[in-house]
Ligand binder design. Structure first.
Ligand code: GLU
Length: 416
């Protein structure tokens, strides 16, 4: 079943708009993309052939500040996916109260098939193609799926070479040695742990010994899995694109990380009492906490009724459709929505941006404690609004952002 990610994202805004009785003109304005650029990225491959990749950069909104959002390299990147993810970034930065907008970019490419040299060439040419869209006061990029701190270093260097000076603030998620922030790599996972600890405390659940299932073993999934192990949780199953692994006794995450570093697939791991598991079966595994930390629209109308957990903590952006939301709500499952659950990433990106502007770098304790304060305060605000309006955490979170964006739009007015 193919679900259009942009339509799916807009549906969530419609639902929130209904709750707060948003003016139809404002709703239309909030759903539209401010600007989008499609570029060709030609690369001479190692064998001398020429390959031309398609790339994108989308600004959903710069109403409350410069655009902010990641760069994704994946074979499934489309303009509509970029538009959807840029829109989510606007709602995410607004929910946290950061003075930023929302954007997203990407290239349709399978990075697993590229050498490091090809990847660097692709990144530099892509940066050059979108150079007029980005900049510290225009739009600040960051890592997303299949991009990392090294990608950001190449982007920052390419941009700086064009400007004739070093401009660290054009990207966040950089290596620490060139203006990155300590704690940024782990930030989405760290933030998810803070939120889960807080939620468990409120619900009188003991996080220790809780069973957890995680879809995705990338920057978010692997970090959150490691940190949950430290909190004595039992990771029953974890997966990647090709499939995953399950053990009723709980998985040894450190060993699985090493297994991956050796170039192996999770499903091929042969441990004591472990079995391979498909991504479909993983999502219906009985557990206390389910963490979808892979891609969009994984929990949808056809499989939502099989989900068997108490809490869903959305590590990915938009892993659940609106139809699935209804089913999960009826089942009494608490969903901590993406724009809150995984917002530790962009929160520390904002700290990195500030540190770069001041050329003054913080210690890890400060980064984590300031992130924790923002995330917990936001959770409390969302939770209160959801109780007051008898709505889900998702609808409440989107509604809070929609209200703030509507106010900013009203105050600024329309040009000309
Ligand atoms: N790609 C991440 C996200 O979707 C981080 C964005 C950022 O730090 O700008 O939230």
């Amino acid at each position: 079943m193919i679900i259009n990610p942009y339509e799916s994202a807009k549906k969530k805004i419609d639902i929130a708009a209904e709750l707060i009785d948003l003016h139809p003109n404002t709703l239309e304005y909030l759903k539209k993309t401010e600007r989008a650029l499609i570029v060709s990225v030609p690369v001479v491959m190692d064998d001398g052939s020429l390959e031309i990749f398609e790339g994108f950069r989308v600004h959903h909104s710069t109403l409350r500040g410069p655009g902010k959002g990641g760069v994704r390299y994946s074979p499934f990147v489309t303009l509509d996916e970029m538009k959807a993810l840029a829109l989510l970034m606007t709602f995410k930065t607004t929910l946290l109260g950061l003075p930023l907008g929302g954007s997203k970019g990407g290239v349709r490419v399978d990075t697993k098939k590229l050498s490091v040299r090809e990847l660097e060439t692709l990144t530099r040419r892509y940066t050059m193609e979108i150079i007029n869209m980005i900049g510290p006061d225009k739009d600040v990029a960051a890592p997303d799926m299949y991009t990392d701190s090294h990608t950001m270093a190449w982007m920052m260097d390419t941009y700086s070479m064009q400007k004739g000076r070093t401009v660290p603030g054009v990207v966040t998620g950089k290596p620490i040695e060139i203006g990155g922030s300590i704690g940024r790599v782990e930030a989405p996972g760290t933030g998810m742990i803070y939120l889960l600890q807080h939620l468990c405390q409120k619900l009188d659940y003991n996080l220790k010994n809780m069973s957890v299932v995680i879809q995705g073993f990338g920057k978010v999934g692997s970090v959150v899995a490691k940190q949950l192990c430290k909190n004595s949780c039992k990771i029953l199953a974890i997966s990647e694109e090709e499939g995953g692994i399950y053990s009723p006794d709980g998985l040894d995450i450190e060993t699985l990380i090493e297994w991956k570093q050796q170039g192996n697939l999770l499903k091929d791991y042969n441990g004591k009492n472990t079995n391979p598991i498909t991504n479909d079966d993983l999502l219906s595994t009985k557990c206390d906490v389910l963490i979808p930390a892979a891609i969009e629209n994984q929990i949808y109308s056809k499989n939502a009724d099989k989900v068997d957990c108490k809490i869903i903590l959305e590590g990915a952006n938009s892993p659940t459709t609106s139809q699935a939301d209804k089913i999960l709500e009826e089942k009494g499952i608490i969903v901590v929505p993406d724009i809150l659950a995984n917002s530790g990433g962009v929160c520390v990106s904002y700290f990195e941006y500030i540190q770069d502007m001041h050329s003054y770098f913080w210690k890890l304790d400060r980064v984590n404690s300031e992130m924790k304060t923002i995330l917990i305060d936001t959770f409390e605000e969302v939770s209160k609004f959801s109780k007051k309006t008898n709505s889900s955490l998702r609808t409440a979170a989107y509604a809070i952002s929609a209200n703030r964006l509507a106010k900013a739009h009203e105050l600024r007015g329309l040009f000309p």
